[in-house]
Design a protein around this ligand. Structure first.
Ligand code: SF4
Length: 475
């Protein structure tokens, strides 16, 4: 605990103690860039500061509870402007999505690890499970940490009952069917990676709100799909069907130019994330802590904040910060000298970054979601066709030898010392491929590997103990 800054230490005793950003960073922070939004509006860094120090703690005391902060909800590195702006965008998710929806932008539920270009081209807001969760939590104001946890768990339990107990239950069903969250359509790419989205999408057919929430499958053909012309054309037709179904909600017509413009915007985000990763990985010492690295790299997916233009604002500024930090040899607090570099494979499980860093490791990369961020769309061809071709070539969705080849490339670039394959109980696909993939990675790279199954609700401590023991082995 000693290297945790004093201002974010958990209180002792029965008095709740809420986190406050330290006043000493205000002057420097308010000089940083504005955040631009898709509707042309912007907020200044001074307005972000005001929200985080005055408005947010009153609306969402549970988020500012010090027990959340020390367990990793807030970054310890308050000198990195991205961390404050990222928090601001998550905390304002409900306000922003509600406003955009009132202006005629429907909310569409999608899967994690897929591109969201066509949804935004059609004027929708694409929210993956984690972002749907942020949107839902934003509707519950004034909750304490205990109230928020209790409410979240009881709703999740209802979702288990409604779908099946044999699922991981991470894919947002509870928010859409067990609350009145305003989601207009469920329309994920039904990609191989995730059994929960497939189970959940089926269950939406009989959910309580089945008459209010439109359902559409963007059918993703499997088995060497990227090499087959018919599969590319078939998936392109599915993407056209997607935009025309969103058009039925908005009353407008999405053109090829709309999609081409959106692809260009999202490609900029994907490119920036890859450039940032190259800088980060090439530095002698990690230029940020693990939590900030994860938030930063994942921004390239352009969907986490429900506003790709806002995500792009953060990425552009962060690119400059990382470049400067690498040039100056910056060392973030808490990341040890000669730290063991870990790469995480598999979907939806992450150890606690701070606990991992205290044990002498740092997570330097992960395959899930990074796979779609690193796959750029060719801007010169017919947009639906090019997008379909790209989506069908995501490395994470390829047959195992190909997925392993790509993963080893990332492991080499990130100078990884050890690979963790983590999956949740109930994650049918990732649990089935873990052994095969890890053996292939080990044979190709020689890097030590471990597989750990997790049940986030019940086994957080056990997961972390195993990760820390692995850090000790590879250090
Ligand atoms: S853990 Fe597996 S099944 Fe669950 S949401 Fe993630 S990918 Fe899907």
């Amino acid at each position: 605990m000693n290297d945790i800054p004093r201002h974010i230490r958990t209180s002792v005793g029965d008095k709740p103690e809420y986190y406050q950003y330290p006043e000493g960073i205000r002057e420097e922070f308010i000089q940083t860039d504005d955040i631009e939004f898709r509707d042309g509006s912007r907020v200044t860094a001074a307005e972000v500061w005001d929200y985080l120090t005055r408005v947010g703690p009153v609306k969402y005391p549970n988020v500012f509870d010090n027990q959340n902060v020390t367990s990793g909800r807030f970054s310890r590195d308050v000198t990195f402007p991205l961390t404050l702006k990222h928090n601001y965008l998550l905390l304002t998710m409900n306000d922003r999505v509600t406003k955009a929806r009132a202006q005629g932008h429907p909310v569409v539920f999608v899967q994690g690890g897929q591109s969201v270009d066509p949804y935004y081209a059609a004027g929708a807001i694409a929210l993956r499970p984690a972002s749907t969760g942020a949107y839902a939590r934003g509707q519950r104001e004034g909750f304490t940490r205990n109230e928020a946890q209790l409410e979240g768990r009881s709703r999740r339990q209802k979702a288990y009952n409604a779908i099946s107990f044999e699922i991981c239950n991470s894919a947002g069903y509870e928010h859409i069917q067990e609350s009145d969250l305003a989601v207009d359509m469920v329309a994920p790419y039904t990609a191989l990676r995730c059994s929960d989205v497939s189970y959940g999408t089926e269950a939406h057919r009989h959910g309580k709100r089945k008459d209010e929430v439109k359902l559409l499958l963007v059918d993703y053909p499997l088995d060497h799909q990227k090499d087959k012309e018919w599969a590319i054309r078939y998936f392109a037709d599915n993407l056209r069907r997607l935009t025309s179904n969103i058009d039925a909600l908005t009353g407008r017509t999405t053109t090829e130019d709309d999609l081409a413009r959106e692809i260009k915007l999202h490609n900029e985000g994907r490119r920036l994330a890859v450039e940032i990763a190259d800088l980060w990985w090439s530095a002698a010492h990690p230029p940020t802590n693990g939590k900030d690295r994860r938030d930063l790299f994942q921004l390239g997916g352009m969907e986490v904040h429900g506003d790709p233009v806002a995500s792009l604002s953060l990425l552009r500024e962060a690119r400059r910060t990382i470049e400067k930090r690498v040039a100056e040899g910056h060392r973030p607090q808490g990341v040890q000298e000669n730290t063991a570099r870990l790469f995480v494979c598999g979907s939806c499980v992450f150890p606690n970054d701070y606990r991992t860093e205290e044990a002498g490791g740092i997570i330097v990369g992960n395959d899930n979601h990074w796979s779609d961020i690193t796959t750029l769309v060719d801007e010169s061809g017919e947009p639906y066709y090019e997008l379909a071709k790209t989506v069908l070539s995501y490395p994470y969705e390829q047959p195992l030898p190909e997925r392993a080849r790509w993963t080893v490339e990332q492991i080499r670039k990130s100078r990884t010392d050890g690979v963790l394959f983590l999956y949740k109980w109930g994650c049918n696909t990732q649990s089935a491929v873990a052994r095969l993939l890890v053996d292939e990675i080990k044979a190709r790279s020689g890097v030590p590997t471990i597989i750990i199954e997790d049940d986030t609700a019940l086994q957080t401590e056990q997961l972390q103990n195993r990760v820390n023991a692995f850090v000790e082995m590879v250090s």
